[in-house]
Design a protein around this ligand. Structure first.
Ligand SMILES: Nc1ncnc2c1ncn2[C@@H]1O[C@H](COP(=O)(O)OP(=O)(O)O)[C@@H](O)[C@H]1O
Ligand SMILES: [Mg+2]
Length: 234
């Protein structure tokens, strides 16, 4: 597994500071995730987890370093190409889910297929895969056509997971998606997500402040062990 061809994520000499801030927020000499690996990344609130995910999504641009996803260096892509790459290859589950509240649960799940021909194609029949994912994620059929805004937090979370997984993106990134749930439901959701990610061979990067959730992942990483924003510049 040493070949870089097998890596889903490879960060090298990555530095990012927020505008008007002297101190770097992200300074990662090296970090890699193999394809198909399911990694749990934890760190306290304010430690830079969401900032790192914004860099991985191409939403924030680093001051220096490289971000290879599936062998493509995002830092070399113009922003329109970067947005396309994200839509084609990455499924995101956000802390607040970011569902479109007026759309039904089903239409929220179908959305990535309207933005990405690749994911539409990989889904086979898009609607059939949406139904399959919602069923696997235990969202009762009676709710599929209800507006997302009418669903409970736990139901919205499962819709967000189905939306991230549809069209088999190679990389699924989850930013503290369980923080609104009680402990038992957090672990149940994580187990579903792990199983669904494996069934489509996705690489999963799951981020949380709560290190107790780490069980069942292939690997656990503390952000502080890879991110050294206080080191002397090389
Ligand atoms: N939009 C922003 N503008 C300026 N600073 C920000 C912004 N978002 C986050 N930060 C700063 O970056 C640091 C890390 O924040 P964040 O990545 O959200 O941490 P985490 O997700 O681990 O809680 C914090 O010090 C925060 O103040
Ligand atoms: Mg965060």
């Amino acid at each position: 597994m040493s070949s870089t061809d097998t890596l889903a994520i490879r960060l090298s000499q990555l530095r990012y500071s927020w505008p008007q801030q002297q101190q770097a927020c992200i300074d990662i000499p090296v970090f890699t995730v193999a394809q198909g690996e399911r990694v749990f990344l934890h760190g306290p609130s304010g430690s830079g987890k969401s900032t790192l995910l914004a860099l991985l999504g191409g939403v924030a641009r680093p001051q220096s370093g490289t971000i290879h996803l599936l062998g493509t260096d995002l830092t070399r892509l113009p922003s329109a190409t970067c947005n396309r790459f994200r839509a084609d290859h990455i499924g995101f589950i956000f802390q607040q889910f970011n569902l479109l509240p007026w759309l039904s649960a089903m239409d929220n799940v179908l959305l990535p297929g309207t933005f990405s021909a690749r994911r539409r194609h990989q889904a086979g029949d898009l609607r059939t895969q949406a139904q399959h994912l919602l069923t696997q994620l235990d969202l009762s059929q009676a709710l599929w056509h209800c507006p997302a805004s009418s669903l409970s937090v736990g139901q919205q979370q499962r819709v967000a997971a189905a939306r991230a997984l549809i069209g088999k993106p190679e990389i699924v990134i989850a930013d503290e998606p369980t923080s609104a749930l009680d402990d038992a439901r957090q672990q149940a959701f994580i187990n579903l997500l792990l199983a669904e990610a494996s069934s489509v061979n996705a690489t999963l990067l799951f981020v949380s402040h709560d290190a107790r959730l780490a069980t069942h992942f292939d690997r656990t990483v503390a952000l502080a062990d890879i991110n050294q924003p206080n080191r002397e510049p090389a």
